[in-house]
Design a protein around this ligand. Structure first.
Ligand code: PMP
Length: 311
């Protein structure tokens, strides 16, 4: 069944094609918005969509909103309910991407005073397959763009304006024939992918950069760290990682809501390990795929099941 595209804007449910803003909208001009990317994973046997770590995404959205003085009349619980109601109503029987946006909706240009600008919340849900082909190991490029430091722009939350850097890096990598960009931070240490966190495996040690290297503390990153500890008995070390360590590691993988767990087989035209999906990465991919589709009862507390309307 195809399902129907509904959105939420201005406090009510509207058809996606009617969810429009004025061209004077502040967020359109200045990147004054916080957003999230949330996945709903369709489970055919159960006839339900499992939304992964919904509340944590909204907690991060609200943190971003606090920095930008975006005051909403909804708390995390309200936002979760608005989302599950909208998803149910859309009736999709396939994987979906859920995009909330908390934004400066004031129709005012030439005003840089956050405290004077009205805010609104928008939500849209679209069918979504794979973001990166992760059935194979991807080819990455160290970007010529650097992840900004938090002293230049907040890096621990998802503010739309910051994504100019990610978009420049991703575009540069794709146009040069690679699949994804790896960004160093302002002082040249490894930070993350354009929309993913990065993990490095050297022998039996798994490491990942942390917020002081300006990585976004991803919800997938947190989930994978827990799964490594609980399911594989391997602790992930959060530490500063040098660029050249990447070339010498046994395995590298990226994590993100859109990218899931994606193996990196090549970086800057050098093979990582054997160049394919490494054994530890493969194990983590398999465990993660079951967890996000509600197929591992131990982690059902991370999943919000939604039954589509009309099904
Ligand atoms: N880093 C950046 C820059 C991102 O945009 C994302 C995607 N939200 C991530 C990391 C991964 O975060 P998460 O696992 O919460 O999706």
């Amino acid at each position: 069944m195809p399902g129907q595209a509904w959105a939420f804007l201005g406090g009510k449910v509207v058809r996606l094609e009617d969810a429009k803003v004025n061209i004077m909208t502040h967020a359109l001009h200045y990147g004054t918005a916080a957003f999230e990317g949330i996945r709903g994973n369709w489970n055919e046997e159960q006839g339900k969509t499992f939304v992964f770590r919904l509340r944590e995404h909204y907690e991060r959205l609200l943190r971003g909103g606090r920095i930008l003085k975006i005051e909403l009349s909804y708390g995390a619980d309200d936002l979760c309910r608005i989302t599950t109601d909208l998803l149910e109503r859309c009736g999709y029987r396939q994987d979906v991407y859920i995009r909330p946006l908390a934004f400066k909706s004031a129709e005012r240009v030439a005003n840089l005073r956050l405290h004077e600008l009205a805010s609104d919340f928008a939500l849209m849900i679209v069918p979504f397959g794979s973001y990166i082909d992760n059935d194979r190991a991807i080819r990455c490029q160290t970007s010529s763009w650097r992840r900004p430091d938090d002293s230049m722009m907040p890096t621990g939350v998802k503010l739309t304006g910051l994504y100019t850097t990610s978009i420049l890096a991703k575009t540069e990598a794709i146009m040069a024939g690679f699949d994804e960009a790896i960004l160093l931070n302002y002082d040249g240490h490894v930070s993350e992918g354009s929309g993913e966190n990065i993990f490095v495996i050297q022998g039996n040690r798994i490491s990942t950069p942390t917020e002081t290297d300006n990585a976004l503390l991803g919800i997938t990153r947190d989930s994978v760290m827990t799964l490594c500890r609980k399911e594989l008995g391997m602790n992930v070390v959060e530490r500063r990682i040098n660029r050249s360590e990447l070339y010498l590691s046994d395995e590298i993988f990226l994590t993100g809501t859109a990218a899931h767990v994606t193996a990196v087989g090549e970086l800057d035209n050098r093979k990582v390990g054997g160049g394919g999906i490494g054994p530890v990465t493969r194990q983590i991919q398999d465990i993660y795929a079951k967890v996000v589709t509600g197929r591992n009862p131990k982690y059902l507390h991370w999943c919000t099941p939604v039954t589509p309307a009309g099904g």
